[in-house]
Design a protein around this ligand. Sequence first.
Ligand code: 8YV
Length: 304
Amino acid sequence: MTRPVVAIKPALMPRIEPLAGSRYTLISTDDSGMHSARALVPSGGSEVSAALMDAMPALELIAVHGVGYDGVDLAAAATRGIAVTNTPDVLTGDVADLAIGLMIAACRGIATGDRLVRSGGWATGAPFPLGHRASGRRIGIAGFGRIGKAIARRAEAMDCTIAYTGRHRQPVPHDYYPDLRSLAEAVEILILVLPGGADTDGLVGAEVLDALGPDGILINVGRGNAVNEAALVEALASGRIAGAALDVFAQEPHVPAALLAMDNVVLQPHRGSATIETRTAMAQLVIDNLDAHFAGLPLVTPVT
Ligand code: 8YV
Protein backbone atom coordinates (compact mmCIF):
# COMPACT_ATOMS: atom_id res chain seq x y z
CA MET A 1 0.00 0.00 0.00
CA THR A 2 1.31 3.48 -0.78
CA ARG A 3 2.10 5.60 2.21
CA PRO A 4 -0.01 8.77 2.60
CA VAL A 5 1.98 11.92 1.92
CA VAL A 6 1.92 14.34 4.86
CA ALA A 7 3.17 17.90 4.43
CA ILE A 8 4.70 19.69 7.41
CA LYS A 9 4.59 23.50 7.77
CA PRO A 10 6.76 25.46 8.32
CA ALA A 11 9.54 22.89 8.65
CA LEU A 12 9.93 19.25 9.51
CA MET A 13 9.18 18.85 13.21
CA PRO A 14 11.89 16.54 14.51
CA ARG A 15 9.72 14.80 17.08
CA ILE A 16 7.12 13.82 14.52
CA GLU A 17 9.52 11.98 12.24
CA PRO A 18 10.31 8.97 14.47
CA LEU A 19 6.65 8.60 15.45
CA ALA A 20 5.50 8.65 11.84
CA GLY A 21 7.48 5.45 11.34
CA SER A 22 7.11 3.88 7.96
CA ARG A 23 3.42 4.76 7.69
CA TYR A 24 3.78 8.23 6.16
CA THR A 25 5.92 10.02 3.62
CA LEU A 26 6.75 13.35 5.25
CA ILE A 27 7.47 16.29 3.00
CA SER A 28 7.96 20.00 3.55
CA THR A 29 5.41 22.48 2.22
CA ASP A 30 8.11 23.77 -0.14
CA ASP A 31 8.19 20.35 -1.75
CA SER A 32 6.87 19.86 -5.26
CA GLY A 33 4.94 16.82 -3.98
CA MET A 34 2.48 19.12 -2.20
CA HIS A 35 -0.29 18.38 -4.70
CA SER A 36 -0.33 14.75 -3.53
CA ALA A 37 -0.30 15.47 0.21
CA ARG A 38 -3.39 14.06 1.93
CA ALA A 39 -2.63 15.69 5.26
CA LEU A 40 -1.01 18.93 6.37
CA VAL A 41 0.65 19.46 9.76
CA PRO A 42 0.98 23.21 10.44
CA SER A 43 2.26 24.64 13.70
CA GLY A 44 -0.20 26.50 15.90
CA GLY A 45 -0.92 29.89 14.35
CA SER A 46 0.68 29.21 10.97
CA GLU A 47 -1.50 30.39 8.15
CA VAL A 48 -3.47 27.78 6.27
CA SER A 49 -5.47 29.81 3.77
CA ALA A 50 -8.08 28.80 1.22
CA ALA A 51 -5.40 29.39 -1.46
CA LEU A 52 -3.06 26.88 0.23
CA MET A 53 -5.91 24.37 0.43
CA ASP A 54 -6.58 24.91 -3.28
CA ALA A 55 -2.91 24.22 -4.00
CA MET A 56 -3.34 20.88 -2.20
CA PRO A 57 -6.17 19.14 -4.06
CA ALA A 58 -5.62 15.82 -2.25
CA LEU A 59 -5.87 17.40 1.21
CA GLU A 60 -8.19 15.55 3.62
CA LEU A 61 -6.88 16.52 7.07
CA ILE A 62 -5.19 19.53 8.68
CA ALA A 63 -3.63 18.18 11.89
CA VAL A 64 -2.44 21.30 13.72
CA HIS A 65 0.67 20.79 15.85
CA GLY A 66 -0.54 23.21 18.53
CA VAL A 67 -3.61 24.07 20.54
CA GLY A 68 -4.24 27.29 18.58
CA TYR A 69 -5.75 26.85 15.14
CA ASP A 70 -6.41 30.53 14.49
CA GLY A 71 -4.27 30.41 11.34
CA VAL A 72 -6.57 27.87 9.70
CA ASP A 73 -9.42 29.17 7.56
CA LEU A 74 -11.99 26.85 9.14
CA ALA A 75 -14.79 27.90 6.80
CA ALA A 76 -12.63 27.14 3.75
CA ALA A 77 -11.70 23.76 5.24
CA ALA A 78 -15.36 22.95 5.93
CA THR A 79 -16.50 23.79 2.39
CA ARG A 80 -13.73 21.59 0.99
CA GLY A 81 -14.59 18.71 3.36
CA ILE A 82 -11.19 18.94 5.05
CA ALA A 83 -11.12 17.87 8.72
CA VAL A 84 -9.11 19.85 11.30
CA THR A 85 -7.53 18.62 14.54
CA ASN A 86 -5.32 20.29 17.17
CA THR A 87 -3.28 19.26 20.24
CA PRO A 88 -5.13 20.51 23.32
CA ASP A 89 -4.34 19.66 26.97
CA VAL A 90 -0.87 18.18 26.49
CA LEU A 91 0.77 21.64 26.47
CA THR A 92 -1.33 23.33 29.15
CA GLY A 93 1.12 22.88 32.03
CA ASP A 94 4.19 23.98 30.07
CA VAL A 95 2.59 27.17 28.77
CA ALA A 96 1.38 27.98 32.28
CA ASP A 97 4.87 27.32 33.66
CA LEU A 98 6.36 29.73 31.14
CA ALA A 99 3.78 32.41 32.01
CA ILE A 100 4.76 32.15 35.68
CA GLY A 101 8.45 32.06 34.73
CA LEU A 102 8.03 35.24 32.68
CA MET A 103 6.13 36.87 35.52
CA ILE A 104 8.92 36.13 37.99
CA ALA A 105 11.58 37.10 35.44
CA ALA A 106 9.88 40.43 34.77
CA CYS A 107 9.34 41.23 38.46
CA ARG A 108 12.77 40.12 39.68
CA GLY A 109 14.85 41.19 36.69
CA ILE A 110 16.26 37.71 36.08
CA ALA A 111 17.35 38.41 32.50
CA THR A 112 18.86 41.76 33.55
CA GLY A 113 20.81 40.02 36.31
CA ASP A 114 22.02 37.37 33.88
CA ARG A 115 23.27 40.07 31.50
CA LEU A 116 24.99 41.89 34.36
CA VAL A 117 26.89 38.78 35.47
CA ARG A 118 27.88 37.79 31.92
CA SER A 119 29.11 41.27 31.06
CA GLY A 120 31.35 41.31 34.12
CA GLY A 121 29.33 44.11 35.67
CA TRP A 122 28.77 42.27 38.94
CA ALA A 123 32.47 41.55 39.37
CA THR A 124 33.33 45.20 38.81
CA GLY A 125 30.72 46.42 41.27
CA ALA A 126 28.22 47.87 38.80
CA PRO A 127 25.00 48.77 40.62
CA PHE A 128 21.95 46.74 39.81
CA PRO A 129 18.39 47.92 40.36
CA LEU A 130 16.20 46.20 42.91
CA GLY A 131 13.37 44.16 41.46
CA HIS A 132 9.82 43.82 42.69
CA ARG A 133 8.21 40.98 44.60
CA ALA A 134 6.44 38.44 42.38
CA SER A 135 4.41 36.64 45.03
CA GLY A 136 1.29 38.10 46.58
CA ARG A 137 0.54 40.28 43.54
CA ARG A 138 -2.80 41.01 41.94
CA ILE A 139 -2.87 39.04 38.70
CA GLY A 140 -5.32 39.47 35.84
CA ILE A 141 -5.69 36.67 33.32
CA ALA A 142 -7.23 37.45 29.93
CA GLY A 143 -8.44 34.21 28.38
CA PHE A 144 -9.60 31.88 31.14
CA GLY A 145 -9.55 28.52 29.38
CA ARG A 146 -7.39 25.53 30.24
CA ILE A 147 -4.11 27.44 30.17
CA GLY A 148 -5.51 30.49 31.98
CA LYS A 149 -6.80 28.26 34.79
CA ALA A 150 -3.46 26.43 35.03
CA ILE A 151 -1.72 29.81 35.41
CA ALA A 152 -4.23 30.76 38.12
CA ARG A 153 -3.52 27.56 40.10
CA ARG A 154 0.22 28.28 40.02
CA ALA A 155 -0.25 31.95 40.91
CA GLU A 156 -2.52 31.00 43.83
CA ALA A 157 0.33 28.89 45.22
CA MET A 158 2.37 32.12 45.15
CA ASP A 159 -0.29 33.86 47.26
CA CYS A 160 -1.42 36.00 44.34
CA THR A 161 -5.01 37.13 43.98
CA ILE A 162 -6.56 36.25 40.65
CA ALA A 163 -9.03 38.10 38.47
CA TYR A 164 -9.96 37.22 34.91
CA THR A 165 -11.82 38.24 31.82
CA GLY A 166 -13.23 36.11 29.06
CA ARG A 167 -16.39 35.64 27.10
CA HIS A 168 -18.33 34.45 30.17
CA ARG A 169 -18.19 34.51 33.93
CA GLN A 170 -17.14 31.04 35.11
CA PRO A 171 -17.87 29.05 38.29
CA VAL A 172 -14.49 29.92 39.87
CA PRO A 173 -13.76 31.82 43.08
CA HIS A 174 -12.05 34.71 41.25
CA ASP A 175 -13.25 38.19 40.36
CA TYR A 176 -14.64 38.46 36.84
CA TYR A 177 -14.28 41.60 34.74
CA PRO A 178 -16.29 41.86 31.55
CA ASP A 179 -13.55 43.60 29.55
CA LEU A 180 -9.80 43.95 29.35
CA ARG A 181 -9.70 47.60 30.34
CA SER A 182 -11.49 47.09 33.66
CA LEU A 183 -9.41 43.98 34.37
CA ALA A 184 -6.18 45.89 33.65
CA GLU A 185 -7.28 48.66 36.00
CA ALA A 186 -7.87 46.19 38.83
CA VAL A 187 -4.55 44.28 38.65
CA GLU A 188 -0.80 44.77 38.79
CA ILE A 189 0.20 42.04 36.35
CA LEU A 190 -1.87 41.33 33.24
CA ILE A 191 -1.30 37.91 31.66
CA LEU A 192 -2.63 37.38 28.13
CA VAL A 193 -3.63 33.89 27.01
CA LEU A 194 -5.87 35.05 24.21
CA PRO A 195 -6.36 33.13 20.98
CA GLY A 196 -5.32 34.72 17.70
CA GLY A 197 -7.62 35.90 14.94
CA ALA A 198 -9.69 38.92 14.02
CA ASP A 199 -11.62 38.90 17.32
CA THR A 200 -8.52 39.61 19.39
CA ASP A 201 -6.57 41.84 16.97
CA GLY A 202 -5.02 44.80 18.80
CA LEU A 203 -7.19 44.34 21.91
CA VAL A 204 -4.34 45.53 24.11
CA GLY A 205 -3.62 49.08 23.03
CA ALA A 206 -2.97 52.40 24.75
CA GLU A 207 -6.25 52.35 26.66
CA VAL A 208 -5.65 48.96 28.29
CA LEU A 209 -1.96 49.73 28.94
CA ASP A 210 -2.84 53.02 30.62
CA ALA A 211 -5.39 51.19 32.76
CA LEU A 212 -2.62 48.77 33.81
CA GLY A 213 -0.64 51.80 34.90
CA PRO A 214 2.95 52.83 35.63
CA ASP A 215 3.62 49.91 38.02
CA GLY A 216 1.92 47.38 35.75
CA ILE A 217 3.53 44.47 33.95
CA LEU A 218 2.20 42.85 30.77
CA ILE A 219 2.84 39.15 30.07
CA ASN A 220 1.81 37.54 26.76
CA VAL A 221 1.87 33.77 26.16
CA GLY A 222 -1.17 33.66 23.85
CA ARG A 223 -0.91 35.23 20.42
CA GLY A 224 1.04 38.32 19.41
CA ASN A 225 -1.77 39.88 17.38
CA ALA A 226 -3.66 40.72 20.60
CA VAL A 227 -1.11 43.44 21.44
CA ASN A 228 -0.71 46.66 19.48
CA GLU A 229 3.10 46.54 19.56
CA ALA A 230 3.56 50.21 18.64
CA ALA A 231 1.34 51.18 21.58
CA LEU A 232 3.28 48.80 23.85
CA VAL A 233 6.65 50.26 22.82
CA GLU A 234 5.28 53.74 23.45
CA ALA A 235 3.87 52.80 26.89
CA LEU A 236 7.14 51.12 27.95
CA ALA A 237 9.33 53.94 26.65
CA SER A 238 7.33 56.62 28.42
CA GLY A 239 7.02 54.69 31.70
CA ARG A 240 3.24 54.40 31.39
CA ILE A 241 3.70 50.71 32.23
CA ALA A 242 6.64 49.24 34.16
CA GLY A 243 7.61 46.22 32.09
CA ALA A 244 6.63 43.38 29.81
CA ALA A 245 7.52 39.75 29.21
CA LEU A 246 6.57 38.39 25.82
CA ASP A 247 6.69 34.93 24.29
CA VAL A 248 4.63 35.84 21.22
CA PHE A 249 4.71 38.66 18.67
CA ALA A 250 2.52 40.04 15.92
CA GLN A 251 4.88 39.16 13.04
CA GLU A 252 6.99 36.25 14.30
CA PRO A 253 9.92 35.88 14.23
CA HIS A 254 10.13 39.67 13.88
CA VAL A 255 10.47 41.50 17.21
CA PRO A 256 10.21 45.31 17.14
CA ALA A 257 13.74 46.75 17.43
CA ALA A 258 12.67 49.11 20.20
CA LEU A 259 11.79 46.15 22.44
CA LEU A 260 15.22 44.58 21.90
CA ALA A 261 16.83 47.66 23.39
CA MET A 262 14.65 47.81 26.55
CA ASP A 263 15.96 46.42 29.80
CA ASN A 264 12.49 46.22 31.35
CA VAL A 265 11.35 43.71 28.73
CA VAL A 266 11.90 39.93 28.78
CA LEU A 267 11.74 38.27 25.36
CA GLN A 268 11.24 34.64 24.39
CA PRO A 269 11.07 33.00 20.94
CA HIS A 270 7.52 31.56 21.19
CA ARG A 271 8.45 28.57 23.29
CA GLY A 272 5.53 28.05 25.67
CA SER A 273 5.15 24.43 24.60
CA ALA A 274 8.81 23.89 23.78
CA THR A 275 9.85 21.13 26.16
CA ILE A 276 10.93 17.67 25.07
CA GLU A 277 8.05 16.17 27.05
CA THR A 278 5.32 18.37 25.60
CA ARG A 279 6.61 18.47 22.03
CA THR A 280 6.78 14.66 22.12
CA ALA A 281 3.19 14.49 23.40
CA MET A 282 2.05 17.02 20.76
CA ALA A 283 3.76 15.02 18.02
CA GLN A 284 2.14 11.83 19.32
CA LEU A 285 -1.29 13.46 19.25
CA VAL A 286 -0.71 14.66 15.68
CA ILE A 287 0.23 11.11 14.68
CA ASP A 288 -2.74 9.65 16.60
CA ASN A 289 -5.04 11.95 14.61
CA LEU A 290 -3.35 10.99 11.32
CA ASP A 291 -3.60 7.29 12.20
CA ALA A 292 -7.27 7.62 13.15
CA HIS A 293 -8.07 9.52 9.97
CA PHE A 294 -6.32 7.08 7.62
CA ALA A 295 -7.86 4.11 9.46
CA GLY A 296 -11.32 5.63 9.00
CA LEU A 297 -11.75 5.99 12.78
CA PRO A 298 -13.09 9.01 14.69
CA LEU A 299 -10.47 11.75 15.05
CA VAL A 300 -8.93 11.96 18.53
CA THR A 301 -9.04 15.74 18.98
CA PRO A 302 -11.15 17.29 16.21
CA VAL A 303 -11.78 21.03 16.18
CA THR A 304 -14.48 20.90 13.54
C1 8YV B 1 3.69 26.05 19.37
C2 8YV B 1 1.39 27.18 19.80
O1 8YV B 1 4.72 26.96 19.43
O2 8YV B 1 -0.02 25.49 20.63
C3 8YV B 1 0.06 26.55 20.01
O3 8YV B 1 -0.94 27.10 19.56
O4 8YV B 1 1.47 28.25 19.30
C4 8YV B 1 2.62 26.50 20.27
O5 8YV B 1 2.37 25.44 21.09
C5 8YV B 1 3.53 25.67 17.97
O6 8YV B 1 2.31 25.19 17.64
C6 8YV B 1 4.65 24.71 17.59
O7 8YV B 1 4.44 24.05 16.42
